[in-house]
Design a protein around this ligand. Structure first.
Ligand code: ADP
Ligand code: ADP
Length: 226
């Protein structure tokens, strides 16, 4: 079975002025270990589909299966990285990365070992005792990726994670993410409106139509990876 199945998901938002159909019968699957991007114009419903998979938003119709089981509400089986930095400002880099592990009861040694591993993977050795306010935008997103991976989720959900970064930092972050993906073998669902970014990162790209969002086509990317 696929790792993630989105089956006929529809979403209608009720607003003061009426209804907005954000998604119309959207279906797609992601295999275990696959890196998939959803590409589409602003407002087409990308964030909405990701938020439904994350359990932050309820679908009006259809369902989401993770390892064949329906998802209900958010859970640690789905790691998330958003565009705006969601690090805990009062915790150090190392404490941010290991926060979930601490809740799960991991020992100090386990947490130290995992923090060291992920700091090295994302290229932030030596920054473990810094606070988020001391870091650049790209560095904060490195920590957000490390924190998501350290919790060992079944899938990593990423909503325009590099959208706020300058072009050069963005390219570096794409390399960092590919390295982390290759090492962790995680299943990744990544949304973006950037064509170059989606083609550079993904095994395959789903193209979403303008509102109401509907997935058009799965495009396999045959370009050699760097
Ligand atoms: P994208 O991520 O592709 O930019 P979104 O999923 O954010 O698109 O939005 C899809 C459509 O749904 C847009 O028309 C947006 O205005 C609408 N929408 C999103 N969230 C809400 C909400 N909470 N209430 C009402 N409309 C919403
Ligand atoms: P993105 O492009 O990442 O989807 P947006 O700026 O469209 O970001 O949306 C940011 C937040 O505002 C989301 O939580 C979304 O659900 C909400 N939102 C978007 N459009 C509307 C809307 N028309 N009415 C109410 N909330 C909305």
């Amino acid at each position: 079975t696929p790792k993630l199945e989105i089956q006929d998901v529809g979403k209608i938002f009720k607003t003061k002025s009426g209804e907005t159909t954000a998604l119309e019968r959207t279906s797609f699957t992601i295999e275990d270990g696959e890196f998939v991007t959803i590409l589409g114009p602003s407002g087409c419903g990308k964030s909405t589909v990701l938020r439904i998979v994350a359990g932050l938003e309820e679908a009006t119709s259809g369902k989401v299966l993770l390892d064949g089981q329906p998802v209900e509400g958010p859970g640690p089986d789905r790691g998330m990285v958003f565009q705006s930095y969601t690090l805990y400002p009062w915790l150090t880099v190392k404490e941010n990365i290991t926060f979930g592990l601490k809740l799960k009861g991991a020992s100090q040694k386990e947490r130290n070992d995992l923090a060291r591993h992920y700091l090295q993977l994302i290229g932030l050795e030596g920054f473990e005792n810094h606070y988020p306010v001391q870091l650049s935008g790209g560095m904060k997103q490195r920590v957000a990726i490390a924190r998501a991976l350290a919790n060992d989720p079944k899938v990593l959900l990423m909503d325009e994670p590099f959208g706020a970064l300058d072009a050069q930092t963005r390219n570096i972050m794409q390399e960092v993410l590919l390295k982390a993906w290759e090492e962790s073998k995680k299943t990744i669902l990544f949304i973006t409106h950037d064509v170059d970014e989606s083609i550079f990162l993904a095994d395959s790209v789903y193209v979403m139509t303008a509102r109401p969002g509907r997935l058009k086509k799965k495009v396999p990317i045959d370009l050699a990876r760097p």
